[in-house]
Design a binder for this molecule. Structure first.
Ligand SMILES: *[C@@H]1O[C@H](CO)[C@@H](O)[C@H](O)[C@H]1NC(C)=O
Ligand SMILES: *[C@@H]1O[C@H](CO)[C@@H](O)[C@H](O)[C@H]1NC(C)=O
Ligand SMILES: *[C@@H]1O[C@H](CO)[C@@H](O)[C@H](O)[C@H]1NC(C)=O
Ligand SMILES: *[C@@H]1O[C@H](CO)[C@@H](O)[C@H](O)[C@H]1NC(C)=O
Ligand SMILES: *[C@@H]1O[C@H](CO)[C@@H](O)[C@H](O)[C@H]1NC(C)=O
Ligand SMILES: *[C@@H]1O[C@H](CO)[C@@H](O)[C@H](O)[C@H]1NC(C)=O
Ligand SMILES: *[C@@H]1O[C@H](CO)[C@@H](O)[C@H](O)[C@H]1NC(C)=O
Ligand SMILES: *[C@@H]1O[C@H](CO)[C@@H](O)[C@H](O)[C@H]1NC(C)=O
Ligand SMILES: *[C@@H]1O[C@H](CO)[C@@H](O)[C@H](O)[C@H]1NC(C)=O
Length: 675
């Protein structure tokens, strides 16, 4: 359906282009643009302006789109008021206002002019930046424009377009999603510069903040690590008495890049690849759990590498311990010790953070950090301070009052935050730290002893291993009465992997290595030092599945060997981590093929039949031939993995259950499996 509409749009564009004989970039009051007639084309040919229908052909809009990619509409004039026929006319009237008239000369849309002066010689010009500007004569300075489409964005921020505020006129430029791909009217999602307190960039759903890139720290947004210096565009955040805005500029204006928020709320940057003729996504920011605004409530931090992700700031305790324990963190944390509210209070410095929401903050761009601290101590409701601008050693001051909301901890980068504490609380924390140090010393001594012990154990097991002629450590499961291979009864079944090896192989469980999320936790791709690819299933600690399921799966799969079952290489049980290590399947799961229009074409009937037969063989083996009777109970396309040659392999035995060899009926007691 979508493909059809795109095709339709494309052809209606082509059609209107064919009928376009003149391609001007300017209209004067004596000229007009009719639906089905002429269109405007910018001087360098980058953009076009004309009439179009994104969905229903009877709903007509005036918009601007790329010449190289006619289906990408970057701006719509009458997004809320479609014309109901093909008789619309776009005109520039004498006082320099653009109007869109319908068949009965009713005004459907007009450009609201910000100036009241009547121009001598108004013209409307489509610029090569994609900006439609109404100017007086040839005055090309943007600040002299009578009106410009860049001041009224739709869902797209183009280079040189300001996102933010003109504080003099009160103009707020923000981008907002279309209602749907067929309706350009303003949808639920938007990206704003919030200029209450220290300005910050926020993504909103309706009136509520969904995610927060945060305040500008002179280098980037405090919580947006994706924005980095690059070869395509440069960016700038301007904050003064007249203006607050964020803008980006191209190094080479023949490159096309756009930042767009789609109808489902995903904000993404795309650049045009001219060779491949496609839009490529640029810097996809990872939308992890900690991105949700205020997930952990007030006075708490979110760390995606920890479990649970939320933790109170030091010196704070959960407001409602029970809720907190059941992973409802929204009520946040409260002070353990109240502030004295005189200058005996001190500050605890935290590093590597995304600074809290600044919408209720105060700032001064020229203060030093010392002055900032003094300023905070003077006001009893001040709860924290930080440097405003972190470049060149830091400058400026931000003060927070009340709750500290939406803080993140990063393992790399991040900023310093000084959190106000009562003197007695600081002393207590200092003591704790001290005793932790003592503990640390204890741990070091302990681990030295442990190392000595391990060397001895290592020697013993080396000798043992020599006897067995088997690599790795033996997990205490033995393959007694099994199976097609026969022969060596004592053969090891699964290797215990060392946590350090797994961390190293998966880049410390980097999000880039994440293959997906199963019912029991995330799955990561890893590469062992010798170059072998593995898939690591990290059983989540709070999923209620624990050692039992792990053992269940290890024992089950280790006992099973079949070409249509995923091979378990081993497991890792260390430091609260329970992980299963499988062979890596480069072609991912079956659902990634059959539910993807492009990829499903790769599966011809021969391959499909092969897959079906493979699954059936695997199941037959599980049900009948393996002597253990195993019922998978969660068989679905996403649990069928495909190897290099598209051979199917059944995976995910964590919920499988083994029946005794002659037991046919059994009742299950737990409802298991996911949709
Ligand atoms: C609309 O305006 C044009 C030009 O001013 C005029 O020629 C035409 O008759 C008008 N149409 C209607 C329906 O009023
Ligand atoms: C044209 O617009 C006017 C004013 O918006 C409206 O009253 C009229 O019904 C419209 N005519 C048509 C044919 O849509
Ligand atoms: C949300 O926005 C709508 C319209 O913009 C407004 O009427 C409503 O009062 C707002 N709600 C809140 C809670 O601010
Ligand atoms: C941050 O500080 C640097 C160096 O002092 C300065 O060049 C830059 O303009 C400052 N940025 C902001 C946003 O104040
Ligand atoms: C800009 O890019 C175009 C096309 O990629 C290239 O032909 C041109 O030389 C580039 N200009 C500069 C100044 O790099
Ligand atoms: C966070 O702490 C401040 C005092 O520092 C307190 O006023 C506020 O209520 C706390 N927030 C929550 C959500 O408990
Ligand atoms: C600060 O306030 C606390 C209690 O409010 C009081 O005991 C203490 O003496 C005060 N210290 C100073 C220096 O005023
Ligand atoms: C900011 O701080 C500087 C230095 O302390 C001071 O001169 C200036 O007046 C302050 N500005 C505002 C707006 O408070
Ligand atoms: C403390 O800061 C709050 C918030 O900015 C402000 O409303 C209050 O007037 C300040 N109090 C003093 C004594 O400066």
């Amino acid at each position: 359906m979508e493909a059809l509409t795109h095709l339709f749009v494309f052809y209606s564009f082509l059609f209107s282009l064919l009928r376009t004989s003149i391609s001007l970039d300017t209209i004067t009051p004596s000229q007009s643009i009719r639906d089905g007639g002429s269109a405007l084309v910018s001087a360098g040919g980058h953009f076009q302006l004309g009439f179009f229908s994104p969905g229903n052909p009877d709903r007509r809009y005036v918009g601007i789109w790329y010449t190289v990619s006619l289906d990408i509409v970057v701006w719509v004039a009458n997004r809320e008021a479609p014309l109901s026929d093909h008789l619309g006319v776009l005109k520039l009237v004498d006082d320099g206002v653009l109007v869109l008239l319908n068949s009965t000369n009713g005004t459907v849309w007009s450009s609201r002019s910000t100036t009241s002066t009547t121009p001598q010689n108004p013209v409307a010009q489509l610029l090569d930046t994609g900006n439609l500007a109404v100017k007086d004569g040839n005055d090309d300075k943007p600040e002299k424009f009578l009106w410009q489409s860049f001041d009224y964005p739709c869902d797209t921020q183009l280079p040189e377009m300001k996102l933010g505020w003109n504080l003099v006129t009160g103009l707020d430029r923000f981008i907002s999603s279309w209602k749907s791909t067929e309706d350009p009217a303003q949808g639920e999602y938007s990206v704003h510069i919030d200029h209450r307190g220290l300005p910050q960039r926020v993504n909103m759903k309706g009136n509520s903040t969904k995610t927060r890139a945060g305040s500008w720290n002179g280098v980037g947004f405090t919580g947006h690590q994706g924005l980095r210096p690059n070869t395509v565009f440069d960016y700038e955040f301007v904050l003064n008495e007249k203006e607050v805005y964020f803008e980006f500029k191209l190094f080479n204006t023949s490159v096309f890049t756009r930042f767009v928020i789609n109808p489902t709320g995903v904000a993404q940057r795309f650049t045009w690849n001219d060779r491949k003729q496609i839009w490529e996504s640029f810097f996809t920011s990872e939308a992890d759990q900690c991105e949700n605004y205020g997930l952990c409530g007030g006075n708490a931090t979110c760390n995606i590498n920890k479990s649970p992700v939320c933790a109170c700031l030091e010196g704070f305790l959960p407001q409602f311990q029970k809720d907190w324990d059941s992973a409802d963190w929204s009520d946040g944390c409260v002070r353990r010790t109240p502030l004295e509210c005189n200058d005996t209070d001190g500050f605890l410095m935290r590093t590597g953070l995304k600074l809290p929401d600044t919408s209720a903050s105060w700032y001064n761009k020229s203060m030093t950090l010392q002055e900032c601290k003094g300023m905070c101590l003077k006001n009893c409701s001040c709860t924290a301070y930080a440097s405003l601008n972190i470049s060149e050693g830091g400058s400026g001051c931000v003060l927070w009052f009340g709750s500290l909301i939406d803080i993140r901890e990063y393992s790399e980068g991040g900023q310093d935050l000084h959190v106000r504490m009562a003197k007695s609380e600081l002393a207590l924390l200092e003591k704790q730290r001290h005793s932790n140090k003592k503990k640390l010393v204890g741990i070091i001594v302990g681990s030295a002893l442990l190392v000595v012990g391990m060397i001895i154990v290592g020697l013993v097991s080396y000798i043992w291993k020599k006897k067995l002629k088997n690599p790795g450590l033996v997990l205490g499961i033995q393959r007694k009465d099994y199976d097609n291979e026969g022969g060596k009864e004592d053969m090891e079944l699964a290797i215990l992997f060392d946590l350090a090896v797994i961390i190293n192989a998966t880049n410390n469980f980097s999000n880039n290595n994440k293959l997906g999320e199963g019912g029991f936790g995330p799955v990561y791709k890893g590469t062992l030092p010798e170059g072998k690819d593995i898939a690591v299933k990290r059983l989540s600690k709070n999923s209620g599945q624990g050692l039992n399921e792990l053992k269940n799966e290890v024992i089950l799969i280790a006992k099973l060997q079949h070409r249509n079952l995923v091979k378990l290489l081993g497991c890792c049980i260390q430091e609260n981590e329970n992980m299963l290590i499988y062979e890596y399947m480069p072609n991912k799961s079956l659902d990634s093929f059959i539910f993807d229009q492009a990829k499903s074409k790769l599966l011809d009937w021969h391959k499909r039949l092969n897959i079906i037969r493979g699954i059936a063989k695997g199941l037959l083996y599980l049900h009948e031939d393996s002597r253990l009777r195993i019922i998978h109970r969660d068989l679905k396309a996403s649990n069928i993995l495909l190897d290099n040659n598209m051979n199917p392999k059944i995976s995910d035995f964590g919920v499988a259950r083994s029946f005794g060899g002659d037991q046919i009926d059994s009742e299950t007691t737990k409802i298991i499996g996911t949709q």
